[in-house]
Ligand binder design. Structure first.
Ligand code: GLA
Length: 780
């Protein structure tokens, strides 16, 4: 709901209000963003300025000796008018000057969203959204700034973007244009960002705001694994379930820039938009430039409340097409079991084994095309590798389909190896700076997506294979950062990074819009491009090349602040893990991966008969509760001990829930564990039961010889043989109680501490975990 009353705008969602007003100087002044308030006079909320600050530059000294823009909460700010905080727009005008001052001109309110012309954005296919378009003008500079605010009522999100129009006759140069600016007062705020690198994406980092600027940005050409575009601003005491938190994110997959600035007078300025790094966009007379859409939300119910808004918003207003709201198939991906070395026979054997365990889709990863026997050759080529797939892709896809499985294929279309037919024919398709040496990442160069011929080449070749082989799923990868930002087709190289993204979005639109039945999983060396821009095309993203479950607690846990579980690809892989060489129980590998879109990525022929049984049980359990795992309300619990992580999912209506309890490092003889639960109906009676899981006897190491009638070598063949034949059932606990009682915390059985073992002891050790299913009892 958006209402204007006496030049005050009230933007309302289910639980929040956003208020701004046009002030006497026609600046758009921020008044309030937070928990919902009544519409009415806002004088008590307006940030006051009654006295002139020393050294302040006044906007209009005669009219108001206390009005200095440096001390006003502004929805937008210019240059050269007395506001010394970061400007959202740096524009070089036709006469070479920089001063800009946008003031209010008019507004309109429209139902639904106003879609950008060039970029993906949130949409509304119901009756949830409303948009306020405010027209601001800089008359001296002959420019119009259209500011868009779209409220998504039910999910408590407000989307913002701007469009700059050059109304003059001279070309102007845009050097910086943010999607949004938000000025707030400081409430002892902390900034939370999600940072990392390859195989350690989206780890949460908190820091108290200090005077000055903190920038959360990417310059790699993608949204990056270094700093996810999404970030949070919270009051210092905020926990998972209590406190005030603002969430911000950007619907964009390129270089992003997020700012949290604490001014000398304790005002906080937040900005989000395209990174000004190497950005320079000439705007000729009459032309417009539109920014990507930024989204923001507020919750006074802690981080979980904020995440719930973003999760629902993404599931309803970002993800689109046939797979929106649909359960995702359990897949097997051949990468970690084969890398580049596979034959048709080997693949079919893996697929058959997977099918027997309940897997629904086979994904053929890298290495099926060109001369791709390593990462040194083949990218850019689309001819099927005859050595590996002598009967071609169509016939292989048919074999997979005839097993009753869906078939998925990996592509890396944005890249080229110099050792490829494409590069030999069209070296000019690769991004390189003239007169400088080529820089390689994973032996590859980036293709120039600013070039329409390159885009056509990708669209035609990928499309041909998708149609010919009847592909059900695509993993679209992108495995290096961009270095040289150069295209011979551009007059202004400052346009490169953004034009690359526009080119990518054009390709994705042309490949996937005509084929909505294809499930698209985006990937960039794992989670190097996990952002809302990609989620407008791909309903899910490969979260990380790191499949170690303990690392995944941080990676998936970090992602869960901003993105729903339905968007996260999560696989069970071999142990020791290929990225960390850490050994973790098969149960834990599944228990972590089940909080997401489940897949397996290991050589199944190396599993013992008992391990295969365990995998079959895991998949059956996941399928039975798949909706809960992918679309349930995800809750992170604040753990009382630093070696524990607790996650929970609750279905709508709270008739069913699943909780995960994960231990990182074991602490000897520590106190009992308490399983935290929330989100249940207080008065309903529930039955809680541990998901049964096997313990393989090798986990007991040399202790096992003490219960055998002979002195067995713990590393010898007898115990290895025993391990293949015999497994124990891990402790299963069952409780029946009201939701109210369960939400006081479930006191769990003791952990193993070396003094004995029965099936009432929880065998956690290092990296142990359990899932608990909580079901409302019939008649409740
Ligand atoms: C990237 C991906 C992996 C795999 C390889 C194949 O690293 O993230 O999952 O597809 O490429 O080369």
């Amino acid at each position: 709901m958006i209402v204007e009353q006496s030049s005050v705008f009230f933007l309302e969602t289910q639980t929040t209000s956003y208020v701004m007003r046009v002030n006497d100087f026609k600046h758009l002044e921020h008044v309030y963003y937070g928990a919902k308030i009544e519409r009415g006079p806002v004088d008590s909320l307006v940030y006051k300025r009654n006295i002139q600050q020393g050294s302040a530059v006044l906007y209009d000294a005669e009219r108001d000796p206390a009005y200095s823009l440096d001390n006003v909460l502004l929805e937008w700010s210019g240059v050269g008018c007395g506001d010394y905080r970061q400007t959202p727009a740096e524009i070089k005008l036709g006469d070479g000057t920089f001063r800009t001052d946008f003031t209010f001109d008019s507004y309109r309110i429209v139902k639904g969203c106003v879609a950008p012309e060039t970029l993906p954005a949130a949409y509304d296919d119901g009756d949830d959204a409303e948009t306020l378009e405010i027209t601001m003008t800089d008359r001296a500079g002959k420019m119009t700034l259209l500011m868009y605010y779209t409220t998504f009522y039910e999910t408590d999100v407000i989307a913002r973007r701007v469009v700059l129009v050059n109304d003059g006759t001279d070309t102007i140069v845009v050097r910086r244009l943010m999607s949004m600016q938000l000025d707030l007062e400081n409430n002892g705020d902390s900034l939370v960002t999600f940072d990392g690198a390859w195989i350690k994406e989206t780890h949460r980092h908190d820091r108290r705001l200090q005077y000055g600027q903190y920038v959360n940005s990417s310059t790699t050409g993608a949204s990056s694994n270094r700093h996810n575009p999404g970030f949070l601003l919270c009051e210092n005491e905020t926990t998972e379930s209590h406190g005030s938190v603002y969430g911000f994110n950007l619907v964009y997959s390129g270089n992003h820039y997020g700012l949290a600035e604490l001014s000398p007078t304790d005002l906080v300025r937040v900005q989000l938009g395209i990174n000004p790094f190497c950005f320079e966009w000439p705007l000729a007379a009459g032309e417009r430039f539109e920014t990507p859409e930024a989204v923001m939300t507020y919750s006074n119910r802690g981080f979980n409340g904020m995440s719930a808004h973003f999760h629902d918003f993404i599931n309803r207003h970002i993800v689109r097409g046939d797979w929106k709201g649909m359960e995702r198939p359990v897949l097997i991906n051949n990468w970690e079991s084969c890398f580049f070395r596979f034959t048709r026979r080997k693949l079919l054997r893996l697929a058959r084994q997977a099918r027997r365990l309940g897997v629904e889709m086979f994904v053929l990863d890298d290495g099926w095309f060109g001369d791709r026997d390593s990462d040194k050759a083949g990218l850019g080529d689309y001819r099927i590798n005859q050595k590996k797939l002598p009967r071609g892709m169509r016939s292989f896809a048919k074999d997979i389909h005839s097993l009753g499985m869906k078939f998925g294929l990996w592509f890396e279309p944005e890249m080229v190896n110099p050792d490829s037919d494409l590069f030999r024919a069209h070296p000019e398709y690769a991004v390189q700076t003239p007169g400088r040496n080529s820089l390689f990442g994973r032996n590859q160069l980036v293709l120039d997506l600013c070039n329409p011929a390159v885009r056509d080449y990708i669209v035609e070749n990928v499309g041909r294979i998708l149609d010919d082989a009847d592909i059900d799923y695509v993993k679209w990868d992108m495995n290096r950062h961009i270095s040289d930002a150069y295209s011979p087709l551009l007059d202004s190289q400052g346009e490169f990074y953004h034009r690359y993204m526009l080119g990518l979005y054009d390709i994705l639109t042309r490949v996937f819009r005509p084929r909505p039945q294809i499930l698209f999983e985006s990937c960039s060396s794992g989670g190097n491009r996990f952002d809302l821009g990609m989620l407008c095309f791909s309903p899910q993203v490969w979260s990380s090349d790191d499949t170690d479950p303990v690392e995944r607690l941080s990676i998936q846990g970090g992602l869960s602040y901003l993105y729903p579980l339905s968007a996260m690809g999560a696989h069970v892989s071999a142990s020791p893990n290929q990225q960390t060489l850490r050994e973790a129980a098969l149960s834990t590998r599944f228990n972590v991966a089940s909080f997401g879109c489940l897949g397996y990525e290991l050589d199944l022929k190396h599993l013992t008969r008992l391990e295969r049984k365990e995998v079959r049980d895991q998949i059956a359990f996941y399928k039975a509760h798949r909706r809960l795992f992918q679309y349930g309300r995800m809750i992170r619990h604040t753990a009382q001990k630093d070696n524990k992580v607790y996650w929970q999912c609750v279905n709508p209506g709270a008739t069913e829930s699943v909780a995960g309890s994960f231990q990182t490092m074991v602490h000897a003889a520590e106190g009992n564990d308490v399983l935290p639960l929330s989100g249940l109906n207080a008065d309903s009676v529930y039955r809680l039961q541990t998901k049964p899981q096997r313990i393989f006897v090798r986990r007991f190491g040399s202790l096992i010889k003490h219960i055998l009638p002979f002195d067995a070598n713990p590393n010898g063949p007898v115990l290895r043989w025993l391990d293949r034949l015999y497994a124990l059932t891990d402790c299963v606990e069952t409780y029946e109680a009201s939701g109210k009682t369960l939400m006081r915390g479930v006191r769990l059985n003791n952990q193993f501490i070396g003094t004995g073992y029965t099936n009432r002891i929880r065998m956690l050790c290092d990296f142990g975990s359990n899932l608990y299913l909580i079901e409302q009892q019939p008649g409740q």
